[in-house]
Design a protein around this ligand. Structure first.
Ligand SMILES: Nc1ncnc2c1ncn2[C@@H]1O[C@H](COP(=O)(O)OP(=O)(O)OP(=O)(O)O)[C@@H](O)[C@H]1O
Ligand SMILES: [Mg+2]
Length: 270
């Protein structure tokens, strides 16, 4: 019985100052019939516990690949990956990683609320419920009243919001988000940006967030990682000087406009 207790995920907190994510000289090479692609080359990256990193870069520079390496969906060709104080596979097995993919990936035969609850059902002993219920999470992403709708009855943006609620249901320690708001209208996107920041602020969740929007990257991140393509490599890491908590109106400040202009100039060279 003692051994079982030791294996519970709540007992396995990483050391207080440990980084949530540490990549050291990570290279990922894919070999296909058409030859070999270096998706990532010698990536060094440290994201502190509780940090919020946004990733910006041209299509094909390896952003999704980087998230997949961190979540143990693919193995790097070389280099080392540390996630929540150990290897990525262990963090995944403890269900400490939430992933919001570029497309919503819902189960079509389950209603919205059944999709959000899914991780609690399949997680077995590690399926610790989070602070918010599936119903509260649907409310948080603006889908109150849609609990019993099936995915085909929802718009693409609504499906994406269900998948965000699902990723939050376990209170993940690490949340990986791959262009989660790309399909949404700007007003909804702004609102979800603020909601995401307040969820992040209330919890000790570390977030890695991929976007094609300079404004979203600058508004959400404590740091912005700019990647260049072919091969995917780090061009620059930019610290975001904006104070927290952040509000959409801050995007009109001189500080924000200068930051966005800098990111654009760097992106043009990626
Ligand atoms: N499973 C795979 N097999 C072969 N090549 C792959 C695989 N996954 C990614 N690649 C290649 O690796 C490179 C990086 O792809 P990745 O999906 O990480 O880019 P991305 O930055 O997420 O692009 P986008 O902004 O378009 O989503 C691309 O050249 C892609 O063709
Ligand atoms: Mg991608």
């Amino acid at each position: 019985m003692m051994e079982v207790a030791v294996m519970e995920r709540t007992d396995q907190k990483p050391a207080a100052n440990a980084a949530a994510v540490e990549l050291s000289r990570v290279t990922v090479r894919f070999t296909t019939d058409r030859g070999s692609v270096t998706a990532l080359e010698n990536i060094d990256l440290t994201v502190p516990n509780g940090g919020f990193l946004t990733l910006l870069g041209p299509s094909g520079c390896g952003k999704s690949t980087l998230l997949r390496v961190v979540s143990d969906l693919i193995q790097p060709t070389s280099g080392s990956v540390k996630v929540l104080g150990g290897d990525a596979a262990a963090a995944r097995a403890r269900r400490e990683i939430g992933f919001v993919f570029q497309d919503a990936a819902l189960l079509p035969w389950r209603t919205a609320i059944e999709n959000v609850s899914l991780p609690l059902e399949v997680g077995g002993r590690n399926a610790r419920p989070g602070r918010r219920t599936p119903k509260e999470l649907l409310e948080l992403v603006g889908l109150a009243g849609w609990e019993n709708a099936l995915p085909h009855e929802l718009s693409g943006g609504m499906r994406q919001r269900v998948s965000i609620a699902r990723a939050l249901v376990n209170d993940p320690k690490l949340l990986l988000m791959d262009e989660p708001f790309g399909a949404l209208d700007e007003i909804t996107r702004d609102r979800l940006n603020e909601e995401l920041l307040s969820v992040w602020q209330e919890t000790d969740t570390t977030i890695l967030f991929v976007t094609h929007s300079i404004y979203e990257a600058a508004f959400l991140g404590q740091q912005v990682l700019l990647l260049a393509a072919r091969p995917g490599r780090v061009r620059e890491t930019v610290e975001v000087p904006l104070p927290s908590p952040r509000h959409i109106e801050q995007r009109e400040s001189v500080q924000f406009i200068e930051l966005a202009a800098h990111l654009r100039r760097v992106l043009e060279t990626c």
